[in-house]
Write a protein that binds this ligand. Sequence first.
Ligand SMILES: Nc1ncnc2c1ncn2[C@@H]1O[C@H](COP(=O)(O)OP(=O)(O)OP(=O)(O)O)[C@@H](O)[C@H]1O
Length: 322
Amino acid sequence: MIEVQDLSVRFGEAEALRRISLTLTPGERLGLVGESGSGKSMLGLALMGMLPEQAAMSGRLTIDAHDLSGAADREWREMRARKVAMIFQEPMMALNPLRRVGDTVMEPLRLHLGLSKSDARRRALELFEETGIQDPEEKLRQYPHELSGGQRQRVLIALALACDPGILIADEPTTALDAHVALRITDLLTRLARDRGMMLVFISHDLAAVARTAETVAVMYGGEIVEMGPVGQVLSDPKHPYTKGLLHARPTITGGELRKRLPMIPGNVPALADLPPGCRFSGRCAVELPHCAGTRPAIHAVGGSRSCACHRVPEVMDGAME
Ligand SMILES: Nc1ncnc2c1ncn2[C@@H]1O[C@H](COP(=O)(O)OP(=O)(O)OP(=O)(O)O)[C@@H](O)[C@H]1O
């Protein structure tokens, strides 16, 4: 279980994450969405204890009742070895080009689980099979450059699963892949999370991929979660003006060609130093009120399982803004 309470991350004066609170239960699959710079990766890194050195974190972070706020590197290393694993966008960058991929996957099995060489090899083979790597025996002996992008990402997933983590954080795992390969990887992650009862934090700017993979979605803007809830409900009936804008800005396929419809959200995510003290979306919001820029909105409960941080939400709930 992950519990995050009022988690903030600062780089000097700039606040990259502002008062994030969320609870994830075992086996839950969470999607994190938002434009570039909204803080998705930063939140993923905070959950891994891998924030950049200059970052100052405040608030509370608990994993499996283990309080990690202010934890030492050693505690985080143990956590990462056994409980939390992460995969990234570009598998080529994460694999040692000079090592056979089998040796890379066997290393944590030997180091952290204490398996003998032959047991580690057997387990690596099982992991390759579980992650759908074709000809796994042969692949164990190959180097990263000999594999396709999709196969490399599968190797990284196998590596992430080596110590049987309870939590897998996948940061844009399919961005570097062709659409059909990407689809197979998202489906693989969903299946693995389901079969293993593993928590999945799936970071993506692709709403369709999140809808396919996650059960819960958190929409981020300017380092905050502005809306959160069951993925089907949030994407079919968004409450926050930013979520509504994101859904309108989604790329669409027209005449076989991928086209980005004119984004409904004017402007870009401002630099951290230029964010307003109140609602960070003010300045870009079509339904802004005079006090939005200066007053931070409360997080309103929407129905039983959703939340939304917007001064307008009581009106939205009355149907006055629909
Ligand atoms: N080392 C750093 N020092 C200062 N600011 C940083 C640092 N790393 C990231 N940031 C800032 O933190 C904010 C959040 O960045 P983050 O990478 O989490 O966004 P993101 O939503 O994951 O974007 P993307 O989709 O492009 O990966 C950005 O404004 C970014 O400029």
